[in-house]
Design a protein around this ligand. Sequence first.
Ligand code: SF4
Ligand code: F3S
Length: 106
Amino acid sequence: AFVVTENCIKCKYTDCVAVCPVDAFHEGPNFLVINPEVCIDCDLCSAECPAQAIFQEDALPEGMEEFRKINLDLAHIWPVINAVIPAPADADEWNGVADKAQYLEI
Ligand code: SF4
Ligand code: F3S
């Protein structure tokens, strides 16, 4: 499965959800996750993310391993999102900021 990692936090552009053929994305307050039980590994989404936050679970950047479980756990709590919505007004300012995991809202 593919995994949404830290740089999505407070960016949440949602371009990714427009291309997912199986509605695997779930939406929280300032982050999206992929349900690994639904994702079919098509890899259509990763290239769409302006924050380059989406990776295959076996090719996660160093330090992003915890997001495998975060995606699984939050996908069971958050509702499906399958239509693009406006990004936060300050999304571009947060794109690339380090250590954003502390801002993740459940
Ligand atoms: Fe959806 Fe494909 Fe991305 Fe999985 S890899 S979340 S199936 S677009
Ligand atoms: Fe997040 Fe990138 Fe999608 S910022 S909402 S994973 S397009």
